[in-house]
Design a protein. Structure first.
Length: 227
């Protein structure tokens, strides 16, 4: 595992759980609004030793409920399934944040019962997906397969979209809604420029725009919130 960082305590990132956050390196996408540019583009050695992480985890039994694994894109890691087996074997619940581009790994984790919560990014409407993730083309069948698997599973999940003024319009949210129609919950996250983004010159949507997008998406999704 290419582990790039460890946040030893979070009360926010794993719903209703006291957890730690583990950051993996590397990502398929190059979203201009990504705030974790170093995690996305840095494929050098990790900063957290795998065995040291499990030693830390064993020392937190009774104090932590679970582990949230994020990135980068965790499902890029070739040994991700075995890694989650080890976490579950230590008695912790698991959450993964994913861009949905590795449905094979997601399927393996779901089939083995290795996930307790999934958060998947829905970057934009299908027609604008590639531009939004900074690529010339994207295989949307992979995104759709992951989305369908998550919705068909019995575990808690969320979809989420980081809203950027330069990338998203009201029409996009009608199309996003059609793509995830019937989903249980979808969070809209306002873009924040705190430095360290892959791209420059991007802006957050206005409050009225964000509320409009929430209302549009609510026509398709059971629970839509602005985070």
């Amino acid at each position: 595992m290419l582990l790039k960082g460890l946040n030893k305590l979070t009360l926010l990132d794993f719903p209703d759980k006291v957890a730690c956050i583990l950051f993996t390196g590397g990502c398929d996408f190059r979203c201009p609004f990504c705030q974790n540019a170093a995690l996305v583009t840095d494929f050098d050695d990790g900063y957290v030793d795998t065995e040291e992480f499990f030693e830390f985890l064993r020392g937190r039994k009774g104090r932590l409920d679970g582990v949230a694994v994020t990135g980068g894109e965790p499902l890029m890691q070739p040994d991700i399934v075995e890694f989650f087996r080890r976490i579950k074997g230590e008695g912790f619940q698991t959450k993964v944040d994913t861009n949905g581009y590795h449905p094979d790994k997601l399927e393996a984790l779901l089939k083995e019962g290795l996930l307790d919560y999934v958060a998947m990014d829905i970057k934009n409407s299908p027609e604008k997906y590639a531009a939004t993730v900074g690529l010339k083309s994207v295989d949307l069948t992979r995104i759709a397969a992951s989305k369908d698997m998550i919705m068909a599973s019995s575990i808690p999940y969320e979809f989420r979209t980081t809203v950027v003024a330069e990338f998203h319009t009201a029409e996009d949210f009608h199309l996003i809604g059609a793509f995830v129609k019937g989903a249980k919950q979808h969070f809209l996250q306002r873009f924040r420029d705190e430095g360290g983004n892959i791209g420059d010159g991007l802006h957050a949507p206005g409050a009225e725009e964000l509320s409009l997008y929430r209302d549009i998406l609510s026509e398709y999704v059971e629970n839509v919130q602005i985070r």
